[in-house]
Design a protein around this ligand. Sequence first.
Ligand code: GTP
Ligand code: MG
Length: 441
Amino acid sequence: MNKFNQTIVSLITPPFNSAVSVIRLSGDDSLSLAQTIFSRKIEKPRYAYYGNLSYQGEEIDQVVLIYYKGPNSFTGEDVVEISLHGSMLIVNQVISLFITLGARLAERGEFSSRAFYHHKIDLVQAEGINSLINSTTLEQKKIALYSLKGDTSKLITPLKEKLGKLLANIEVNIDYPEYLDIEEVTISKVREITLEISKEIKSLAKNASKSSLVMNGIKVCLVGEPNVGKSSLLNALLNQKKALVSSIPGTTRDVVEGSISLNGLPLHLIDTAGIRESKDEIEKMGIELSLKSLEEADLIIFIRDASKSNSIEEQEILDKLKDKKYIEVFNKSDLVSELDEDKIYISALNNDIEKLKNEILKIFDLDLKSIEPSLFSSREIGLLNKALSSLSKANEDSYLYSLDIVSISLKEAYDCLKDLLGESVNVDLEKEIFSHFCVGK
Ligand SMILES: Nc1nc2c(ncn2[C@@H]2O[C@H](COP(=O)(O)OP(=O)(O)OP(=O)(O)O)[C@@H](O)[C@H]2O)c(=O)[nH]1
Ligand SMILES: [Mg+2]
């Protein structure tokens, strides 16, 4: 039996006691299953019926029921949503009853995957739904909402159509060279259009990697010699006394973590043990952890004491940062009178850390004041990059081969754009996309 022929059921609100819980049924039997246990005749779609649920003479609950007739529903199928009193006892009773009557428990993301397969949404929109549910900052919510509404898909559709038209023209030119009334596609025209599309995809990919930072956040590791003020900076950034601070060098041993949203950029902050030569076994273990965190970070804040001169140990830390993204900051600016213009000074003690915050946003080239529609998931970024390399191959081939060879790479790029929207799907959607959703979505 095709899994889509089965009617599915799930709780679509959180699984704990609350004022109201909502159960959703989707599939051909939704209406008849609901009707079996509902006291009133369900006739009109999109009408809120107040009535009772009961089975075999036993009353279950007083509920509000709404029926959505497919295709005018979220999934595109017949859907029934029942708002019940939010006791998990009632919820479990009703779901078990529907399963006894023939429904099946919905899998993760199955309502959304049905909406996708019934062409209610494309794949970019489907990913938007999941991100919207999981968003924790306003900026994440805005990006996810653009995806869900279809604004993000609109960035891809014209490029896909332009490439599709080019491919069709090339094909007609190759197959019917004798026809005089068709537009002639010269190799230079193909090159021109290919470069135009590449330019646009490049800009989409650039914006997508910035949006992915906003959606996923970045790991920021605070490193430096002992006593320079790493833990003080962590506390200042978190606006909370999370890590122990003392004037004794070697205070921090374990990794101390915390998260903030810096103007919409989620930062996962990691304070570590000060790096130095040490004979203390426990401190050595802490330093090992520091070096490991440093390796895994997206950004490193290298903290120095502004009141002290450079040390050999600091030079050794700098050597480790050579191929990494890092910001060098001079803490304890309150202790020095002459400040060098080129350096970033802060005072964690006085909460004077604005310059560092600005530098973090600058290094990622982020302007979070205006959030525009943008792709963001690793699947989407991967496909954009794949499309770009196919277009670049097409461009190279255009100097060496005839149009039929060039069109092979153009077709590959075209397929990437179709895959983005889920139109010619080469991926295992259940595994790669919908399984990341929560149950009930
Ligand atoms: N004057 C001044 N003192 C500071 C500042 N930031 C930190 N300190 C002091 O420097 C000392 C060390 O601060 P911590 O934050 O514990 O330093 P740390 O880098 O975490 O040290 P370890 O955990 O030992 O590696 C404490 O006495 C702080 O009060 C600052 O901006 N100005
Ligand atoms: Mg510390």
